[in-house]
Design a protein around this ligand. Sequence first.
Ligand code: SAM
Length: 232
Amino acid sequence: MNINVISIFPGAMETILSMGTMGIAAKKSLAGYRVVDLRDFAKDNYGSVDDVPYGGGGGMVMMVEPICDAVRSLGLREGSPVILMSPAGRMFDQALAHRFAAADELTFVCGRYKGVDERVRELVATDEVSIGNFVLSGGELAAAVCIEAVVRLLDNVLGNEESRDTDSFSERRKHILDCAYYTRPVEFNGLRVPDVLLSGNHKEIQKWRENSSLERTRARRPDLLANGARES
Ligand code: SAM
């Protein structure tokens, strides 16, 4: 998969993309990253990519022309996803991560300042995506969140795909959280690992894990169970 990121902080973005799962995917040649410095598409000699908003008010607005030129410079195939990071976008979730993971190329546009000229949405963005009901100062970290969630779904990126496939929100666990996990030591500060996990009885362990998943979901995210019931 090719992943392009358009940003005014290309160096920071490259560092983020070299980390953890995203870095592993690149090393295994399963994902290739192209980071585009938006300032290369500025129309003046100062590298300006933002201007004051028409109508006044505080904050600067990212200009439409450099962003459109940066996207067009990538020579994307017709319909290739161009994802504008925005608090006003569709909420990112595992279903969207799966949809993006099926594409062969993704392009993320990172806003800054007060936001992005509205015409970017109309001219080049195919998707507008938010990572939550809060406001960051820029789209870089938001894009990185999406990229990591997508890349870990690509075949052969993770060492242990069984682990991924039992994660919360995975295809198998759409409406249920993952179970509780323990590792050594068996006892710490008076808290003991449940005996069944030490028993070696795989059937009983499986039963315990299913129950743990259900209890955790009931306690923390009953909305997921309600959604599951509605859909079935
Ligand atoms: N004025 C905008 C608003 O209230 O919707 C916020 C602009 S924010 C300060 C600057 C940029 O950060 C946005 O253009 C977007 O690219 C990115 N951003 C901020 N919060 C985000 C979020 N929750 N999800 C995705 N991108 C976000």
